[in-house]
Design a protein around this ligand. Structure first.
Ligand SMILES: [Zn+2]
Length: 133
């Protein structure tokens, strides 16, 4: 089995609902998404997938969708105000935890037919969450 891993850095803001810790307030992170693809066989070029193709597709989506956006639960009461102010938001059906952001990136990669097996989201230099089905 072969695996390749690509890291993509982006900045995001969020806050968590139904949570008592510091992340209940609006704040931001310098996040790092670490995406791992796996294949039993290599393509004719000898690759699982070209790193530059992974970057092109996933970085473009992350840049457009998540980078410098406020990631918020759809029930977050601050949403109408931020929208009214023209602030860029990305609305999630689930709490915007590192776990759920990892899952979001995984699902996008899978929808592009990438043979993704794991996405790790580093929320800080010392904390990460991993999603793997
Ligand atoms: Zn946070």
């Amino acid at each position: 089995m072969y695996r390749v891993t690509r890291e993509i850095q982006f900045c995001y803001g969020h806050r968590l609902l139904r949570y008592e810790g510091k992340c209940r307030h609006l704040h931001g992170h310098n996040g790092r998404a670490v995406i791992t693809l796996q294949a039993a066989e290599l393509d004719p070029a000898g690759m699982v997938m070209d790193f530059s193709h992974i970057k092109r597709v996933l970085s473009a989506w992350i840049d457009a969708t998540l980078d410098h956006k406020m990631l918020l639960h759809r029930d977050d009461p601050v949403l109408p105000l931020l929208r009214q102010q023209g602030e860029p938001v990305y609305v999630m059906d689930v709490n915007p935890t590192a776990e759920n952001i990892a899952r979001l990136i995984f699902d996008f990669a899978a929808a592009q037919d990438f043979p993704v097996v794991e996405v790790r989201l580093w929320e800080t230099d010392t904390c990460y969450a991993t999603y793997a089905p």
